[in-house]
Write a protein that binds this ligand. Structure first.
Ligand code: CTP
Length: 416
């Protein structure tokens, strides 16, 4: 049996981030991203375009970052900022990336401090587009995006929804919390986002199902959905076509570029997963699916009486992962999750090894559950057990780091 530690844990040193800001109405959301990054202890230099300062003033960026803000290459000339900022950065983000900035970046134009920095940066560069649907869909923009991605720049898909005016469509900036999360991942694992899942169809389930007892009560569990959302987000950033089947979760922003289907009960989740899995290359069952449901749904709120309460009769729910395994499509990779506690009979890993055999999936992600671990928290650790006997420990870190380790393991299994 092999046992290998996964990638490095998040380093403590302050990282240098360049936050480029394009001239779009979504520029105000760059302030939230800036706040999230500085609160995480990173040094952020904001580099807006000249026109971006018509949307948000330099004073706001200077106050929030504690750093000077320039747009041109002729300020602080002895410091050679147009070269130094890019060379010294650990990460460059562009929020929002307008159609104009994408075009300039794709064609190597360097007519201001931001575009010059994009040319000198050797670190990961992430561009978060925001523009009107027509501009995003224009073949010129699409060709620029394809060229940038081909060269290794991460250009995320914009969200769909309300745009600047009353109109709506594809072109909204990704949620600022999502942007901060992705930045945090890349600062910890600069190698985390190769564009290696392009063309793959991926289905991820997340959250906890709720099995109704009456119109106001249910049987549920503590799953927040954060791990499943992180898996979906990272797969989308690596280029996959992702469907996220989300049961009940904490309030979470929709991961950029991910199709989300909301479900309530285990049976609804099962139907949605089977539908999406028909042509999926990989299915990851990160959801906490209730094993049982009440046999009867009361049509009205059950009242307390002076009598002993009636026991709630339960029926077994379908085991979705087991169904996927027995109906497995050729070439499909199936991943299960197991939140385990040790007991007098076996420890966490022994329980997990038995579960991997019982379930018959290719990979099992194991989290030890206990005080402040696995549920409702931002960070996670665990083990990856693969059906061919490889066991990999995943160090404690952000749920997005665990997601990277899971996709790395899936990709390596599929290459064998
Ligand atoms: N799972 C599923 N359908 C269910 C129950 C679980 O698809 N009805 C999936 C989960 O999404 C997870 C894996 O099976 O990927 C393991 O879930 P878990 O609850 O740990 O396993 P169980 O088989 O329910 O085993 P036990 O509760 O006895 O530990």
């Amino acid at each position: 049996m092999n046992s290998a530690p996964a990638g490095p844990v998040e380093p403590a040193r302050t990282r240098r981030v360049v936050l480029g800001v394009g001239a779009g109405i979504a520029a105000y959301k760059a302030c939230e991203v800036l706040r999230g990054l500085t609160e995480a202890g990173h040094e952020v230099r904001v580099v807006p375009t000249e026109a971006a300062l018509r949307f948000v003033g330099a004073a706001t960026f200077e106050a929030l970052s504690g750093q000077p803000v320039h747009t041109g290459v002729f300020s602080d000339v002895p410091e050679v900022p147009h070269v130094r900022l890019g060379q010294e950065a650990d990460l460059v983000l562009v929020v929002p990336a307008t159609a104009d900035l994408l075009a300039k970046a794709a064609h190597g134009t360097a007519d201001d401090l931001l575009t010059s920095t994009l040319l000198t940066a050797r670190c990961p560069v992430l561009m978060f587009p925001a523009m009107h649907t027509e501009m995003w869909e224009h073949p010129a923009t699409q060709a620029n995006v394809a060229l940038l991605r081909q060269r290794g720049t991460v250009v995320t898909e914009p969200d769909s929804g309300r745009l600047t005016g009353a109109d709506s469509g594809k072109g909204r900036l990704a949620d600022p919390a999502e942007i901060v999360d992705l930045a945090r991942l890349l600062l910890a694992r600069p190698d985390a986002l190769p564009w290696d899942m392009t063309g793959m169809r991926v289905v991820v389930s997340a959250g906890g199902t709720r099995e109704p007892i009456d119109p106001v009560r249910w049987l549920g569990n503590r799953s927040s959905g954060k791990q499943g959302y992180a898996l979906a987000r990272v797969a989308a950033q690596r280029g996959a076509d992702v469907t996220l089947v989300a049961a009940h979760t904490a309030p979470l922003p929709r991961p950029a570029g991910v199709r989300v289907e909301h479900v309530g009960t285990a049976e609804q989740l099962r139907d949605a997963i089977h539908l999406a899995a028909v042509d999926a290359d990989v299915v990851v069952m990160a959801a906490a699916v209730a094993d049982f449901r009440p046999t009867r749904l009361a049509g009205h709120k059950i009242k307390k009486t002076d009598l002993e309460p009636e026991p709630i009769a339960l029926a077994r729910n379908p085991d979705v992962l087991a169904e996927l395994v027995s109906a497995r499509k050729s070439g499909q990779t199936l991943v299960g999750f197991a939140a385990e506690t040790g007991d007098s009979g076996a420890d966490v890993l022994e329980h997990a090894r038995a579960k991997l055999k019982r379930k018959g999936c290719d990979l099992l992600v194991v989290n030890a559950v206990g005080e402040g671990k696995a549920f409702e928290v931002e960070d996670n650790d665990g083990w990856l057990l693969s059906a061919d006997g490889v066991e990999t420990q995943i160090p404690f870190g952000a749920k997005s780091q665990l997601a990277v380790a899971v996709w790395d393991a899936v990709m390596s299994l599929r290459r064998r």
